[in-house]
Ligand binder design. Sequence first.
Ligand code: AMP
Length: 221
Amino acid sequence: MNGLVLFGSPGSGKGTQAKLLEQCLRIPHVSTGDMLRAKGAAAGSVVVATMEAGALVSDEVVNQMVEDRLSREDAARGFILDGYPRTRAQAEHLCCWFDQRGIRELVIHLSVDYNVIIARLTGRRQCPVCGSLYNIVSQPPRVDELCDRDGQRLVVRDDDRESVIRERLDAYERQTRPVLDYLNAAGRRVYSVDASQGSPEEVFQKIRQALETHDRKENVG
Ligand code: AMP
């Protein structure tokens, strides 16, 4: 069972790596950001306003949403979590959920330099239909501003505007970075991967190496 957790600040490449891992491992990509955006107005006006401000949605809402998603049949063989846990309360909730089910997690921490993050986030574009991610500098579409997969015009997500980016990075520093300390102190399996440099494929190879090392240890232990 693969309980993979992709951990990193906004713009660290979690979404891109999760999609590559999903293709490779054939287990579902569970992104709390995508799920909350898809719920949209149905998630309630407080949730929408919180996301638009770049702040974090309440732990209760997100924990329940993730639990429901991971309980579905397609996640029985494994899953890739992207954007969760983001607070200590979420991390405690998830670890407890893993332990109750005997799931051995692997947390991949994508570590990226702050200036690289800013450049990536301001250049980010997304397909409003299929969710594919691009970057006008580092990963442009084949045709300017159009999605490679379905030709839709790419958009800047509401939460990628500059003031919101600052708020999201602030929320990361205050609430999410301490989660890493918590996971390490709790003896969870955490691998750090340098994701500042190299193409998404090169970073992906580093993640694969981490997975192979992890699998070898599992088989020995
Ligand atoms: P993301 O696409 O992962 O960057 O998430 C976009 C926004 O969704 C965040 O800025 C938060 O407002 C909200 N969000 C996503 N995941 C979580 C989470 N685990 N806890 C709280 N809020 C979240």
